[in-house]
Design a binder for this molecule. Structure first.
Ligand SMILES: NC(=O)c1ccc[n+]([C@@H]2O[C@H](COP(=O)([O-])OP(=O)(O)OC[C@H]3O[C@@H](n4cnc5c(N)ncnc54)[C@H](OP(=O)(O)O)[C@@H]3O)[C@@H](O)[C@H]2O)c1
Length: 337
C-alpha cells in the first residue's frame, strides 16, 4: 500500500494534537510525519507510534516533499502558508475559515458531498464545526424531503477557541468558587457560570460572523442555496462538545418516527432518543466519540411540516480533525490525492 508524507501545521494545538491521535487510531498510511509550530514550541518532541517526532518552526521551505498538509494554526497562518504548500505540490486540508467560501475551494463533509473532492485543485476546506453537525443531521432527511427553513440555536464549547480558552474556563471557575474576582482575557466577559451570545465579530447585519458561517457553509456543503437559515451562536462553559437546537421546516409532512429511521440508517449519525429514560445527546457523553448524536426528535408544533431536533458532537473530533482525516482517506480511496 502506498504511504504519504504528511505535515501538521499547528501540531501543539488542540486540533493538531487530535490530528496526531486520529492518524494513529485510524492507521493512516503514513510514510513520514512533519510537525510544525511557531518558534515557541519548535525544538520540543512529540511521541507518535512509539517514536519521538521533532516540532519544527514553520517557514517557507517546510513543504518540500510533503504530499498532504493539514492546517490548524489559525486563518492568518493559513493565508500566508497555504499558497506556499500548494506551490510545493502538497494537497492542503485547511481547517480554518480562510478559504471556505471561495467558489473554487471544495467545502467537504465526506458523508455528504465527497463528490466535490473530485474538482479540488490542491486545496480543500474543512467546514466550521457547527456547520458539520447541522449538515450531518439535516442532509439525510433533506435528500428525501427538502428542507425549506431552519432556525439554529447553537451552544458551543470553549475548546472551539483553542487550548488557552479551556485554561481560562478552569481558572475562572476556580477563582469564582474561591470568592475571587476574574479578569477575562479570551472572551469579552466571564465565561465560567455564564453564557455569551457572541462568537467572533458582529457584522453590519446584526449577526455574528459565526452565525453567518452557519448560514453560508451549511448551504454550500448541502448544495442548497435556497434554504432559509437563521442562527444564534452562544459560547457556553463546556470544555468539549457543540450542541444545536434545530427547528426545521420541510417541504412535506414528516413524522418523528420517519426522521429517526432515516437518521438511524445514516453513516456517522447516532440517534439517542428516549425521553422516558432521559436519553438524549449531551456534550459530556459525545466528547471523544466520532459520531454526530441526534435526539429530542419531535414535531415542531409551530410549523405545518416541522420537526425539532437536538444535535451534539465533539467539535474537535468530527467537528474538525476527524472530518479532515476522513477527507484525506476519501481522496486516497478514490485516487484523488
Ligand atoms: N478548536 C477547534 O475546535 C477548531 C475548529 C475548527 C477550526 N479550528 C482552526 O484551527 C486553528 C487552531 O485551533 P486550536 O484549537 O488547535 O488552537 P490552539 O490550541 O490555540 O493551537 C494553535 C496552534 O497553532 C500553532 N500556531 C499558531 N500560529 C502559528 C504560525 N504562524 N505558524 C505555525 N504554527 C502556528 C501553535 O503553535 P505554538 O505551540 O508554537 O504556539 C499551536 O500549535 C484555529 O485558529 C482555527 O482556525 C479550530
Amino acid at each position: 500500500m502506498k504511504s504519504y508524507a504528511v505535515a501538521i501545521v499547528g501540531a501543539t494545538g488542540l486540533v493538531g494534537q487530535e490530528f496526531i491521535k486520529i492518524l494513529q487510531q485510524r492507521q493512516f498510511p503514513l510514510g513520514n510525519l512533519r510537525l510544525f509550530t511557531t518558534d515557541r514550541s519548535a525544538g520540543k518532541k512529540v511521541s507518535f507510534s512509539y517514536q519521538d517526532v521533532l516540532l519544527e518552526e514553520l517557514h517557507s521551505s517546510s513543504f518540500k516533499h510533503v504530499d498532504l498538509a493539514l492546517f490548524s494554526a489559525g486563518a492568518e497562518a493559513s493565508c500566508h502558508f497555504v499558497p506556499v504548500a500548494m506551490k510545493d505540490g502538497a494537497v492542503v486540508l485547511d481547517t480554518t475559515a480562510a478559504f471556505r467560501l471561495e467558489e473554487s475551494v471544495p467545502l467537504v463533509v465526506p458523508e455528504i458531498n465527497p463528490q466535490d473532492l473530485r474538482r479540488h485543485s490542491g486545496l480543500i476546506a474543512n467546514p466550521c464545526c457547527i456547520a458539520i453537525q447541522i449538515a450531518m443531521a439535516l442532509f439525510p432527511i433533506h435528500r428525501v424531503n427538502p428542507v425549506r427553513r431552519v432556525i439554529v440555536d447553537s451552544y458551543q464549547a470553549v475548546s472551539g477557541s483553542g487550548a488557552s480558552a479551556m485554561e481560562e474556563l478552569s481558572l475562572q471557575a476556580r477563582l469564582i468558587l474561591e470568592g475571587k474576582n476574574v479578569i477575562p482575557h479570551i472572551y469579552p466577559h466571564q465565561i465560567a457560570f455564564n453564557l455569551l451570545p457572541e462568537i467572533d465579530v458582529f457584522l453590519d447585519n446584526g449577526y455574528s460572523k459565526e452565525e453567518w458561517r452557519i448560514v453560508r457553509e451549511t448551504r454550500k456543503i448541502m448544495h442548497a442555496p435556497e434554504i432559509a437559515i437563521s442562527a444564534t451562536a452562544v459560547r457556553v462553559p463546556v470544555y468539549i462538545g457543540y450542541s444545536a437546537a434545530l427547528h426545521v421546516e420541510f417541504s412535506s409532512k414528516i413524522t418523528p418516527e420517519e426522521a429517526r429511521g432515516i437518521l438511524g440508517a445514516s453513516p456517522g449519525v447516532r440517534v439517542l432518543d428516549d425521553p422516558s429514560v432521559s436519553l438524549y445527546p449531551q456534550p459530556w457523553v459525545a466528547a471523544g466519540q466520532d459520531d454526530v448524536f441526534v435526539g429530542r426528535i419531535r414535531e415542531d408544533i409551530s410549523l405545518p411540516n416541522g420537526l425539532a431536533l437536538w444535535v451534539v458532537t465533539d467539535n474537535v473530533r468530527k467537528g474538525t480533525a476527524l472530518n479532515a482525516v476522513q477527507i484525506a482517506e476519501t481522496l486516497i480511496e478514490r485516487g484523488w490525492l
